[in-house]
Every structure is written in structure tokens, then in C-alpha cells.
Design a protein around this ligand. Sequence first.
Ligand SMILES: *Cc1c(COP(=O)(O)O)cnc(C)c1O
Length: 376
Amino acid sequence: MIPFNKPPYTGNEEKYVIEAMRSSKISGDGGFGLRCQAWFEQTLDCKRALLTPSCTHALEMAAILINVEPGDEVIMPSYTFVSTANAFALRGAKIVFIDIRPETMNMDERLIEAAITSKTKAIVPVHYAGVACEMDTIMDIAKKYSLFVIEDAAQAIVSTYKSRPLGTIGHLAAYSFHETKNVTSGGEGGLLIVNDEQFVARAEILREKGTNRNQFFRGMVDKYSWVDIGSSYLPSELQAAYLWGQIESIDELINSRLHIWELYHELLLELKMKKKIDLPTIPNECIHNAHMFYIKVPNLDVRTKLIKHLAADGVMGIFHYVPLHSAPAGMCFSRFNGEDTFTTRESERLIRLPLWYGLGSQQVKLIAGSILRFFS
Ligand SMILES: *Cc1c(COP(=O)(O)O)cnc(C)c1O
């Protein structure tokens, strides 16, 4: 069976994890943690980059930092992972979903303004498959209504919008280093990216259980005390060590994925030409990171049959998000603003194909061949 995912591993991770284990510092913000953060701060040119135990935690930190309170509303797509919504629902916010654009599966920025009320606090664009949302429009609307923008850039490391790295455009952003993402910190992990100076000091405090421990170690204050709410949002040094091994090989990790993505695209293009399937669209202003390769078939019934057909050929193809507004918790914590024209329909047509570091060209040809046979 060709699995849907294999966690990326490039070779040096083991050496660095052992190095971390043998050092006398294995809790958060050790040598590897600081090295990773410095790399992100330099590469992204952001105000602060803080490793977290997951992207979920980074999103939770973002919700606390912008002071989301019960009754506030947060606008996002319904076609996303639960954590995008949970981070804000945990603070008592009402989640306001809007429809997506079928060509990218990203929030339709033209529907944002109609969803804004006096209670709206933030907009949360999700860069699906590492392809950017229409950020210029989103930032203009946020400015006009004094809203915060938190990018869920979980899938979007290395991707850009008009040459700007995703995660550096909103006030705050989050990356994921889960084993299913392009880069992992040993299975679980994330990053909070702070682009607005006003959040830097509080983000550090929040992450250190509400203490000024970080400032204390830098000699900025003479005692270490409880100064605000907070939690344990530091990952272990072992996770950072694994991540450092991946960061060192990041070009190879991404280029190899792009090669696989291009090959899928080339092999399946004839099916698109014959109008049997749809392929992902990459807008001109976006450079993507080949996080995902998906196709869209005519409907749910065809998808179910294709997944079975692929499984019989030893290939794991899988569907993705079930829209959150239709989930049991979605009914409690959210409302869908406007019409659901594309969210449900497009999510039922989508199937993701195996894409992981080390997947060979022969395997990609076998998978594409199986799909071509299905439609012939
Ligand atoms: C993976 C993912 C998350 C959650 O990431 P974790 O690191 O597993 O918490 C959140 N949002 C999106 C869009 C994701 O793809």
C-alpha cells in the first residue's frame, strides 16, 4: 500500500536529537530551540517567532493575545481544521463562517464585509494547501474596520503571496510542524509568528505560564514572577532538535515535494482537459510549497468509488475536511453567514493523493495511472 503520508526525515534529525538528549537542557528554549527561532526570525523578518507544542497552541495564544472575549465574533472559512475554530471558541467567541472560492478552497474575501458586525474582532484566513488567500483585500478590510488578522498558515511554510512569506502578513500567524506537514518537529509542534510589535512581550509571558521568566533570563528584570495569565506553551528541546535537522534540509524537502506535485499535475492534466476532473489552481501572485496535491471529481459518489478503486490498486487516497458548520460542535459555536454555495459541494468532490518526502516518480506514475484507468 502506498501510504497517504510518511513523516519527513532527512538524516540529521537523529544526530541532533541525541545531541539534545546529552546536553543538560532538554526543556524548552535550549540551544536548538533558540537556533530554530532565530532562523525563523531572520528568514521571515518578523518581530518574534516562538516555537509552540503545536499549531493549535499557537492559534490559542493568538486568540488570547488579541483579547478575544465571550460574545466576540471571528470570521473564517468553514472548510478548515477544527483548531482554527476551537482556538477562538475556547475564549467564548462566536465563529462566523463564510464560503470559499472553489478554485483555491480558500475563504472568499469578497464575502468578508457582509459578515462583519459590531462584535467582529478578527479575520482568520487559512492558506489551504499552502496557497495564499487574497491577503491584500483581507488586510484592507481589516484596516477599514479595525480588525485583527490571524493567519492560519499551518500548511504554508515557505509559500509566498506577492513575494511575501505567508505568516508575515497578518498581525499574528501560526505554522504547524505536525508529522503530516512539510516540515515536522518530531511529530507535533508549531510556531507563533508575531508581526505586530505590541504583542511581543505578552506573547513571551503567555508562553512561560504567565511569568516574566524570559525577561528575567535576559537580565531585563531582577525577579521572576507571575505577571499575567498564561500556560505551558513551550515545546521540548528534543522537538526543536528534530526541527533543526529539517530546517537545515528545508530546500531539499520542499523541492522534492514540488517535483512530485508537478509530476502529478503533468500526468493528470489530460483528465482536466477532458473535463473529468479539476486540478488545484495557483493564482499568479502565489508561490506554493506543494503541501498537498488534490483532485476534484464530479461528486461524492464518484469520489467514494475512486477511493475504493485506488485502494484496490494499493493507493491510499483520502478526503479532507468535513465543513465545520455541519459538525455537532459547529452548530453550537458558529453560524454560517450567507449561502453555502461551494463549501459543502467542493469539499465532497475533493480527494488528496499521497505526497511525501521520498515518494518516488514511479509511485506517482502508478497512482496517476490508476486514476486515468478509473476514468477511461
Ligand atoms: C494541521 C493544521 C492545524 C493544526 O496543527 P497542529 O500542529 O496539529 O495543532 C491547524 N490548521 C490547519 C489549517 C492545519 O492544516
